[in-house]
Design a protein around this ligand. Structure first.
Ligand SMILES: [Zn+2]
Length: 322
């Protein structure tokens, strides 16, 4: 298993480096340590954003379908260079009885700038064995890698919730051969991380749109992956939608939602889902939690002309805790 883990880490890092998407900077160590967590209250629920770290990504090789010069112009307008440190965030939902994670970070699979979820959980006083459920937006390694360590389950008491089409796609080994080349690198790691939970009888698949837990339902948002799901949390008239990977490059894709990323299994489907998602978020005005926007990735969306503008949550030291 150790061999498998090492092989997979080397394999996926090599692939990302080879494709130029991941900057070699990702292999340096000694990055400054940030606190890495952020609390807010939503009705009866406490939401804690937990940073798994950040991955330096090359926006030129990551992005598809951009107009000529568009990426450089937007990066400049946002005071960013070509290599953008891209947050990877998991979210903890607490309601007094249950401790629920939305996604699980990268674990040991994507190098030393990531895999910080466990230390962030410890920093907020939550043990891995306290987690009752992990809701998985999809089965890419930056969302499932933290489920295992050395091939063993990290969250022994947690049930994993995965949409049925997502589980069927990634966990059927024979699909790898027929999948497109953007999807192929992710199959082995999806299986490596989910199988220990399957063997323990701890995986529940759900139909798209299902009610999962009190106050929490799933919404299909297919494109990035075949069973990609949002999770919707509602309490006391407040609503937060956990987006998963509908956006990776905030500086570019809020201005031009037609721009896609290399990790999208279905490029056109992902772009269509993004446009629809943005319109819905503006219209309804709910809270958004987005794992690849700058940490904590919590905020609202509005229209400015034809483009969208991200309004990050106001930083608050005091909130209506229970
Ligand atoms: Zn992701």
């Amino acid at each position: 298993m150790n061999f498998l883990r090492t092989f997979s880490l080397r394999g996926i890092l090599a692939l990302l480096l080879l494709s130029g998407i991941l900057s070699a900077k990702a292999q340096t160590s000694g990055v400054p340590v940030q606190p890495g967590y952020y609390n807010m209250q939503l009705g009866d629920f406490r939401i804690v954003a937990l940073s798994d770290g950040a991955l330096p990504l090359n926006m030129h090789t990551l992005l598809h379908e951009a107009k000529k010069g568009e990426v450089n112009t937007l990066l400049q307008q946002n005071y960013l260079d070509t290599i953008v440190e891209t947050s990877i965030t998991a979210y903890l939902i607490l309601n007094g009885d249950q401790q629920i994670l939305v996604d699980a970070g990268s674990g040991s699979f994507l190098g030393p700038t990531l895999g910080k979820l466990q230390s962030r959980l410890a920093a907020v006083g939550v043990r891995a064995e306290d987690i009752d459920a992990v809701l998985l937006t999809h089965l890419h390694v930056d969302h499932v890698g933290g489920l295992v360590n050395e091939g063993k389950v990290v969250f022994p008491n947690a049930t994993l919730y995965i949409s049925k089409p997502e589980a069927d796609f990634w966990l059927t080994a024979s699909n790898k051969a027929t999948a497109n080349k953007r999807a192929q690198p992710f199959f082995d790691l999806a299986q490596t991380t989910i199988q220990p939970y399957q063997q323990a009888g701890k995986v529940k698949t759900f139909a798209p749109g299902a009610q999962l837990l009190p106050g929490i339902s799933a919404v299909p948002a297919v494109g990035h992956t075949p069973g990609h799901s949002f999770f919707v949390l509602e309490s006391k008239g407040q609503k937060m939608v956990f987006w998963g990977d509908v956006i990776h490059a905030g500086a570019i894709q809020f201005a031009d939602p037609a721009v896609t990323v290399d990790f999208d299994v279905d490029l056109a489907g992902a772009a269509a889902a993004r446009k629809q998602t943005f319109e819905d978020a503006v219209k309804q005005g709910y809270w958004i939690a987005a794992p690849h926007l700058s940490f904590p990735g919590i905020g609202h969306l509005r229209h400015v002309g034809k483009e969208y503008q991200w309004i990050p949550a106001n930083y608050a030291e005091i909130f209506a805790g229970k």
